[in-house]
Design a protein around this ligand. Sequence first.
Ligand code: ASP
Ligand code: MG
Length: 414
Amino acid sequence: MKFGGTSMAGSERIRRVANIVRRQQAAGHEVAVVVSAMAGETDRLVTFCREANPLYDPAEYDVVVASGEQVTAGLLAMTLQALGCQARSWLGWQLPIHTDDAHAKARIEEMDSGALLASMAAGEIAVIPGFQGLSGDGRITTLGRGGSDTSAVAVAAAIGAERCDIYTDVDGVYTTDPRIVAKARKLKFVTYEEMLELASVGSKVLQTRSVSLAMKEGVRVQVLSSFIDDDATPADEIPGTMIVSDEELEGLDMERQLITGIAADKNEAKIILTRVPDRPGAVATIFGPLAAASINVDMIIQNVGRDKGETDVTFTVPSADLLRAQTLLEAQKAAIGFNRIITDAKVAKVSVVGVGMKSHAGVAATMFRSLADRGINIQAISTSEIKISVLIDEDETELAVRVLHSAYELDAVD
Ligand code: ASP
Ligand code: MG
């Protein structure tokens, strides 16, 4: 069981969490719980680091920011004890959860589960602070923002858990953001691949890395709400959304939707380089320096060459990297040989995702037709086996999401 920051924000909420945990144990489960810091706490700690030293040492940053989860782990263990449960905390370095030494964005390498399994078998509820680990040279590390989801999946994999229930402030994964489309539906199931695509295009329910890890380790993950009453459907009856493999879903033999979800991401910016020489190696001179600066390029279009052997190249980068990318490209102007650089941060990427499109024709045509009917202009397109993304004017984001949600018949019928 994993509880996020809003679920752990304050004594009252921690008591509610303790009750949910106790009920799972009473239902006959051995339980390990992974917790986040109280909502807002990690941000507060990050601010202190910046104030202490703008060029802070990442190893010391980890010492500071890992503390938020230590507090909630101890508090939850105490609260469980107050309810008459046996419980104890296991800090990242006590288990230990071994990571590499990339401070502030460490990766879990392996985890010892012996002590944890023994304590759980003895009837103790194990409470583990998420987000933290131990480097090879014995220092505290953290897994990157939102990393407690990844901790939870790693623990579930290490102990061979039947399920990893991720409790949060929403009751599952939806066909799209319910704040944009009131008729969005909660999905009962979604595959790892779909969840990864949805996460990469703006649906921020889980840390993306936790989904890749769950897929790699075959951990069955349920997303569900911790803001529930005592008479709510028990977690074992799957009130939330299950994230499972394609094969498991196939086995359920249910009527599958063609499209599973629609996501929008406004954190994209468009760059156009005009009159780039149309010759071998030209695009390499553009994307090489961006890659070296760790700037992720997403959609790319190279227009058909004009006469004089020139072409325009359009692509997108995260908005946060736009300025850096622009500066880098200007510095390479002579080497690349472009004429002008045009940028636009007022764009959004809207994506339709679904494993169903692997075996169906016409998904893209429906998307383009529906957007065209509403006069929404498509500026760039990219696809994967289970996703089609288009770049549009940011002001048209909500309209596009609504139009597509009904075009693929995802609207809830009441
Ligand atoms: N507390 C950490 C963060 O805010 C980790 C987490 O909550 O997942 O990023
Ligand atoms: Mg989170």
